[in-house]
Design a protein around this ligand. Sequence first.
Ligand code: FES
Ligand SMILES: [Fe+2]
Length: 350
Amino acid sequence: MNNTQTDSDAFLHGFWYVAAVAGDVKRGKTIHRTLLGKPVLIGRDATDAVFALSDTCPHRGTLLSRGMFDGETVECPYHGWRFATNGQCTTIPSQKEGQRPQADDIRARPYPVRESNGIIWVFIGDKTDAENLPTVPAVLDIGNRFQLHLRRTFHCNIDLAITGLMDPAHGAFVHASSVWRGHRDVRDKEKVFSPTPLGWRMDRHVASGNARAYRLFLGGAPETEISYALPGIRIEHATTGKATYCGLTACTPVAADTTAVHHIMYWNIPGGAALRGLVRLIARRFLNQDADAVKDMRDGQAFNPDTMLVEDADTQIRWYFRLKKEWQQAQRDGRPFHNPIEPVTLRWRS
Ligand code: FES
Ligand SMILES: [Fe+2]
């Protein structure tokens, strides 16, 4: 079957993206992030509120995040223009009265920003759609703060990062381990899928027999539900009734060939804090294995971009490209997004 990929380098606009986590941005400090090829300054003011601005000075383009921030205004390091946290310029030291421009005429572009569940989201697009802010499922007492955050740069485009992580058939080869699953140990899988507003969901089911890590961690076979949503958010929610785990994996394009992958984990397992070190080790290993696997694919596809998608193991990858194309088409046409996915049962071995 032929692959019908859309333009790999195209970024999706009109979404909230994971830019950082709460601890990355200290009070009275700013940081730089490149999101979808755009320079973004993210800061936390003296009242702990997070803000985001285009990180190039409107004057001569210097990175504002290299300047000073006093908790109220950002000062460009080159000529000392100052900007309030909403982007309004407040001071231009070089200007005499009557000269143009004056501070009132100048504004650095602000970006909508939200801090939720310990994650800092930045909206990239023209019109803020606050309703599309992803959140972890509101599970009682899972807490608003995450237990663990892992970040890994994938040296590939956004599509390869997303599809490489969502691929359901690589586990027994890429992530095999004597502890949680045997090498080449594949079994029959049959899962029910339903559309969601911006993606799809693998309906709630009892975790499969070869998901040994789950049983070790949660102390029993949990019920789990996995959802994917544009622009590249995977949320996994597993619960045994007593213990709950929620993992959010977000892919944020940095540049055409660089993707930031964030894996953020929440849980309320008794004694779970003590497990953090071990979980970090295992999750880090998984993420590194995925990063390497995707790099091998990138290197091969550089020679042969004409790849294939098979039934049913690659159906979700096919869905991802369809949704992406539909989002871009809807934006071009100025009409609402229509999710083309129908409820279906998929069968494969993994
Ligand atoms: S370049 Fe920023 S003030 Fe001149
Ligand atoms: Fe993986």
